[in-house]
Ligand binder design. Structure first.
Ligand code: GDP
Ligand code: MG
Length: 164
């Protein structure tokens, strides 16, 4: 059992196990284990299945890119697992554990990362992670509209407030 000993407010990020990874229990277990081994607190988790409208909306920043259609179809091709993860450095830590977006870069330059070890193609690359604190807030609201981010960050401020 791991010991949790945080000294700073816990930041939140949105992590997704994409359909390629959730389709295979061994891959799902490996990604889930990576989350636990790195002492993330799992604040919320749920399985969901996107229609193409959800995929288009979530990835609208990429509309017009050559891979957009492929990406949207893939993301609505099967169930996914969404997580709100908390850690002192949640956004950056989850991004670095995932590894680079493109599978060959991940394999060659980042072995040991989720995408480096388990990614299949540039599209089917196992996982998503928010790329900034602002994206994390937007994406958490997208997946977990009932979750209060304001409440979370207010509580963290109270817990870790320093000074008089
Ligand atoms: P991420 O933040 O690392 O997931 O990368 P991006 O935000 O740039 O892209 C979103 C998703 O689109 C990626 O995770 C991939 O699934 C897909 N994607 C990005 N770039 C490419 C590409 O060059 N080719 C293909 N086929 N898919 C891509
Ligand atoms: Mg991105």
């Amino acid at each position: 059992m791991s010991m949790f000993c945080w000294t700073r407010p816990l930041q939140l990020t949105l992590a997704l196990i994409k359909p390629d990874a959730l389709a295979h229990p061994i891959i799902f277990e490996a990604v889930h284990k990576k989350i636990l081994e790195n002492n993330f607190l799992i604040v919320r988790s749920k399985e969901l299945y996107w229609g193409s409208t959800d995929s288009q909306k979530f990835y609208c920043e990429h509309s017009g890119r050559f891979f957009y259609q492929r990406l949207v179809e893939f993301m609505s091709s099967g169930p996914m697992q969404a997580y709100i993860l908390a850690h002192e450095d949640a956004v950056q830590l989850w991004r670095s554990l995932m590894g680079p977006t493109k599978v060959f870069r991940a394999r060659l330059m980042a072995p040991g990362t989720v995408r480096g070890d388990l990614g299949l193609t540039d599209t089917r690359n196992t996982t998503h992670g928010s790329d900034s604190k602002e994206s994390a807030c937007r994406e958490i609201a997208f997946f977990f509209p009932e979750f209060s981010l304001n409440y979370w960050y207010q509580e963290q401020e109270i817990l870790y407030r320093t000074g008089p």
